[in-house]
Write a protein that binds this ligand. Sequence first.
Ligand code: ZN
Length: 305
Amino acid sequence: MTDLATVREVGLRDGLQLVKRTLPTDIKIEWCQTQAACGFREMEVTSFVPPKVIPQFADAESVLKAAQSISNMRAAVLVPNLKWGLQALDHGAKKITFVLSVSEAHNMANVRRTTDTSIAEFSELIAERNCRGLQDSVMMSVALATTFGCSLQGEVAEPRVYNVAEQVLMAGAQELNMADTVGYGNPIQVKRIFTEILQLADKVQVAAHFHDTRGMGLANAVAALEAGVREFDASLGGLGGCPFAKGASGNIATEDCVYLLESLGFATGINILAMLEVRKNLKDWLPDEPLEGKLLKAGLAATFE
Ligand code: ZN
């Protein structure tokens, strides 16, 4: 039996958060629909955040609603704190990813509270979800930003990573999404940390979120794969970045990540040629943005099956 691996598109959230031009809502919805039609089963489609801070996501409600009407596709949203997590619940989100940073300095800069406060707010959000009777219909994930290092603080101690992971698991997280927010990870470290995290998580899903800031993205994905991870975030055209990362380069490119996994014998369920057609549109939708990704330029290898 072929092993399965999942690529979750995060371009509409991570990819767009630093893009200055606000992408019209109807284009976001078209992006979502056309990419879902290629076989993508999960996409992070927006973020519930103060529109003053990130005007790009002022249309979160409309984008979420449209994305949720697509069959066989789970629409996830990212939230930075309890207040906006409650907004996401109010608007019927079915998967909420609560972001917090393992690095205290990054958490303060990104969401203006200590990591402990963020964990406490995540706990409260879970309690509120349960109070509303939504525990079986709303999945709660935690994105652990700066797991592999921090541009503000430097090294992030591994015991601290495991400690934060244990706390959010205790709080009821249904997914740990380990993020190399600023592109500091290397494959040996990635394999070691994921091996430990998969043990800690037991039956809870573990995902990997890599940025390709220093060209390590796909190598890190292979290392995570070897540790046993089967869920990968990626963004079309490698769009995206973190405001606190020098170079602010994006996520690993979805098209290259899918090609990698398929080349290694994993079934992603994605129609690669259809995906490349959507990728071509990205250039028209965001003409000012530098896009990454090798596969569109090179095409499939003749030996690829
Ligand atoms: Zn990211």
